[in-house]
Design a protein around this ligand. Sequence first.
Ligand code: AQP
Length: 330
Amino acid sequence: MKRVVSGVKPTGDPTLGNYIGAMKRWGEMSRDPEREHFFFVPNLHALNVRPDPEELHRLTRSAVAWLVACGVDHDHSYIFAQSQIPAHSELTWILNNYTTIGELNRMTQFKDKSLKQGPEGQLVGLYDYPVLMAADILLYDADEVPVGDDQKQHVELTRDIATRFNNLHGETFKVPQPTVQTEGARIMDLQDPTKKMSKSDDDLSGCILLMDDDKAIERKIMRAVTDSGSQVTAAADKPAVTNLLVIYSVLSGRPITELEEAYAGRGYGDFKRDLAELAVHALKPLRHSHEQLMREGNDKIDKALEHGWWRASELANAKLGEVKEKLGLI
Ligand code: AQP
C-alpha cells in the first residue's frame, strides 16, 4: 500500500491558504483505501520561532482538531505530533551528515525568512529545518508528499538526501514524490498579493484564519486589495483578482473561466460580496467542529494522537534501527 506523509506547523492558527493548499485535500484523501496516510503536527519545527510553551501546546492540539475538522479520518489514517516520536530528531542528526551547507543555502524559504534579520542572526533550527523535514518523510518510506508550492523545494532536497544515502549504504529509504495540486497551491495575502498568505505573519489583516468569525472573514474579503480596471478576470497583471478567483474556484468547485463569464461587466463589488458569502458558508462548519473538539472533556484529540502515535512509532523505530545498523551505531 502506498504511504502519504504531510503536516501542518503549529506556528499560528491555520489560514485559508493552509486549508486550500493542503488540509482540504488531506480531508478528501484520508479515506482512500489504497493509501496509508500520516498527517502530523511538526511541533519541533515550530521551536525555531521560540514560541510561548503554553501557546505551542494549545496550537499543537488545535492543529490536530483542525485536521479532524477538515475531514481527516483518524481511524483510517494516522495523526500524531512530531515530538511524540524521538526518531525524527535522531534521524535528523544522522541526515545532517548527508546534507551540504550549499544545499541548505539554496533553500528559498530560509532565504526569504532570513531577509528580515540577515542570515547571521538566524537560528540553526531554521536553517536545518529542511533536514528535519527529510527525516519526517523518510522515516515512513513515504511514496507521496502532498504539499503547497512553497514546500516543493524541500521535498526535492529530501529526494537528494535519500538517493545519496542509498548510494552509499544500499537501498534504505524510499525516494518520495512531491504532489502539488494545480489550483490553489499558493494562496496569496489579501492585502499584498505578491506575498504568500502565512499564519505566522505579523500583520494578519490580509490572512483569513480558519478560526475567524463570519464578520472577520467578510471584512477581510471586502477590504482585499484589487487591481486596476474593473473586470473580474485572471491575468498576470491582475495578481489580486486572480488570487480571489482561485479562492472562489476552489471553494465553489466552479472553474475560473465559468466565474469570469458569470461576473463579466459586474465589477469587483458584487464579486467580493459573493466570495465573502461563499467563504463564510464554507468555513463555518469547520470552525464549529473545531470548537467542539477543543471543548474540555472531549477526548477525541487524545484518542486520535494515541492511535497515530502507535502506528507512527512502529514504522519510525524500525526505519531508524535499520539506519543505525548500517552505520555501525550501537
Ligand atoms: N498560502 C498558501 N497557499 C497554499 N498552500 C499553503 N500552505 C501553506 N501556506 C499556503 C501549505 O499548507 C501546508 C502546511 O503548511 P505548514 O504550516 O506546515 O508550513 P508553511 O508552508 O510554512 O505555512 P505557513 O502558513 O506559511 O506557516 P509559517 O507562517 O509558520 O511559515 C503545506 O503543505 C504548505 O505547502
